[in-house]
Design a protein around this ligand. Structure first.
Ligand SMILES: *Cc1c(COP(=O)(O)O)cnc(C)c1O
Length: 376
């Protein structure tokens, strides 16, 4: 059996080596390392793929979130609501800009931000909601947008884990995650569903005025060369990364299908076990692109299971082991433990199994057999 990896970037690269290498070689031959034509063509290709008016490439997914909040003109003291159960980048940029992060609990089935918890957290100071399409599953965007309209709030989708997922509205129509809110961020970190070979990120928006503002902010606040109208940052997707992404974007849907197929095989093998809750998909199959495949282990020794898998050469991980409200950097006396029953429970129960585009049936069987072996 091929050695099991949490994310197998090498096997994926081996299959696309010729196209990717040719794409990178073009950048090397032209030496347009920054703002080369590859960056512009990737922007256009991604706009078409997502069906969104504006893609603004930038240096990484964390910058993308920060730049959006700067562009929206959020001010110190403005409250921004986001999920307690996510990667820290989301809350980090809120705090960095001296906005007030308001962490709220998530749903036990999807792990996505709870609508009821958002409702309770809205105050006259609230300016924005940041839903995260966690582990690749679309958050409940229709209800979030309704709440935002009612309270005049911005919605910023953190789509770092969800690129390619489809959100289905009650009327049956669909949109890609990341084009529903006022703006969205994504990350092209190598292990993400659309990964480059270094750091990279992008912002999406359908708002022309906001897009114009953001294009200046990513480039030192310049709208006319050497005229700095606003305080900006330097956040660029470089041409080599754009070249890699141009080669990989046409493969994204196929990659996401491979992830969904691996997830379905895991879930079939692990279904109906008293100690396991397999991932719940609330929409149609295409609403979850399985950036992670995450189980809940109920009334059993989750940490013991993790050690058992590691001992057998099966990588696995706890995403995420500590609620954000319990992190030193983000603790706040405003929070009560009773506000976070779900997150506090999930951090003790979740375990993510290997998930990538190259998992084969033999590996999946070995992994699921090993999980069941420990729990039975
Ligand atoms: C990866 C990730 C980010 C940050 O992306 P970087 O490109 O690493 O800065 C932000 N939010 C979530 C939910 C992520 O998974």
């Amino acid at each position: 059996m091929k050695k099991i990896q949490m994310v197998d970037l090498k096997s994926q690269y081996d299959q696309i080596k010729d196209t990717v290498n040719a794409s990178i070689q073009e950048v090397l031959d032209t030496t347009s390392y920054i703002n080369g034509p590859q960056v512009h063509s990737f922007q256009k290709n991604l706009e078409t793929y997502l069906d969104v008016k504006h893609v603004i490439p930038c240096a990484n997914g964390t910058d993308a979130l920060q730049i959006i909040m700067m562009g929206m003109g959020l001010q110190p003291g403005d409250e921004v609501i986001t999920a307690d159960f996510t990667f820290a980048a989301t809350v980090e940029v809120i705090a960095l800009l001296q906005l007030t992060p308001v962490l709220v609990d998530v749903e036990p089935d999807t792990f996505n931000i709870s609508i009821e918890a958002i409702k309770k957290a809205i105050t006259p100071k609230t300016k924005a909601i940041v839903p995260v399409h966690l582990f690749g599953q679309a958050a409940n965007m229709e209800e979030i947008m309704d709440l935002a309209t009612e309270h005049n709030l911005y919605v910023i989708e953190d789509n770092a884990q969800g690129i390619g997922a489809n959100y289905k509205y009650a009327d049956g129509s669909k949109k890609k995650t990341g084009v529903i809110g006022h703006a969205a961020s994504t990350s092209f970190f190598p292990s993400k569903n659309l990964g480059c070979y270094g750091d990279g990120g992008a912002i999406f928006t359908n708002d022309d005025a906001l897009a114009h503002t953001l294009r200046g902010i990513v480039n030192h606040g310049m709208y006319v060369r050497y005229h700095h109208d606003v305080v900006g940052v330097n956040s660029r997707l470089d041409s080599i990364q754009a070249a890699v992404l141009n080669a990989k974007l046409p493969l994204l849907d196929g990659y996401n299908v491979k992830r969904q197929e691996a997830a379905a095989k895991y879930s079939a093998a692990l279904a109906n076990h008293t100690n396991i809750i397999t991932p719940v998909i609330t929409g149609e199959q295409d609403s979850h692109v399985f950036h992670q495949y995450t189980l809940r282990i109920i009334n059993a020794d989750r940490d013991g299971l993790m050690q058992h898998l590691l001992d057998k050469g099966i990588p696995c991980a706890i995403y995420y082991p500590i609620p954000l409200h319990s992190q030193k950097a983000y603790a706040d006396s405003r929070y009560n433990e009773s506000d976070f029953p779900v997150t506090n429970q999930l951090v003790k129960e979740v375990i993510s199994l290997p998930m990538h585009t190259e998992l084969d049936d033999e590996q999946i069987k070995f992994i699921t057999d090993s999980v069941i072996e420990f729990l039975s």
